[in-house]
Design a protein around this ligand. Structure first.
Ligand SMILES: CC(C)(COP(=O)(O)OP(=O)(O)OC[C@H]1O[C@@H](n2cnc3c(N)ncnc32)[C@H](O)[C@@H]1OP(=O)(O)O)[C@@H](O)C(=O)NCCC(=O)NCCS
Length: 189
């Protein structure tokens, strides 16, 4: 298991490294057919599949993966989703990803969980750029990136192959270290 991921606490959430015991909460939402495909992954077919997925997250630096964080809702002591920085290139860039269990959609949890990762990326990992891409029809995710302060860059046409080999256009967003500094300045005013 990777042990070097930080832990973050926000008003309503704890964001900490995912562990094998999270498979029960994760399987609850990851087996719902409309959740994973919006984020590019196949719905989970069994609890043992979820266990294998969590194990695969912990294979160090696979696909530039820094490690996946579990999002814990403090009021229920329940794991309600994941967030991560993947496609990491040291001192350069990474891509933000997140998923929230549908039962908890519409409460701003994706943004609340992702902001500490953005701060970590720029302040500690010295990234110059964080990217975030969504499928064209993923309006909820587009709103999350916009609310975080990411800027729309354009559409990467036929830029993404899903697990089922379908080819999709992607909406591309990014935040640079300069954008981040400006957001921090505004927040501290
Ligand atoms: C995308 C996702 C992470 C958003 O999580 P969330 O915590 O619900 O995000 P928010 O609460 O900030 O909601 C985002 C926007 O969607 C809207 N929304 C939330 N639930 C909705 C629903 N059931 N129907 C329609 N709109 C909804 C919200 O109103 C919000 O917009 P607003 O702030 O302008 O009002 C979540 O929908 C999800 O996990 N989807 C499946 C996986 C996925 O798409 N991951 C992202 C891959 S790029």
């Amino acid at each position: 298991m990777r042990t070097n991921l930080p832990m973050f606490e926000t008003e309503r959430l704890i964001i900490r490294e995912i562990k094998e015991d999270d498979m029960f909460d994760m399987n609850e939402y990851a087996s719902i057919p409309y959740v994973g495909p919006m984020a590019g992954w196949e719905p989970h077919t069994s609890l043992s599949y979820t266990r294998e997925v969590i194990k695969s997250f912990n294979k160090k630096h696979q696909f530039g993966q820094l490690g996946v964080f579990a999002i814990i809702l403090k009021s229920e002591d329940k794991m309600i989703g994941t967030c991560e920085l993947h496609s990491y290139i040291k001192d350069f860039k990474a891509e933000l990803g997140y998923t929230i269990s549908p039962k908890y959609w519409g409460n701003g949890y994706a943004g609340e969980a992702s902001w500490p990762l953005v701060v970590w990326g720029f302040s500690t990992l010295n990234l110059k750029r964080i990217e975030c891409s969504t499928l064209m029809n993923n309006d909820r995710s587009k709103r999350v990136t916009e609310k975080l302060g990411f800027k729309f860059e354009g559409i990467r046409r036929k830029g993404y192959m899903l697990y089922d080999n379908t080819i999709n256009d992607l909406c591309c967003y990014s935040m640079t270290d300069d954008d981040f500094k400006k957001i921090i300045e505004v927040k501290s005013c």
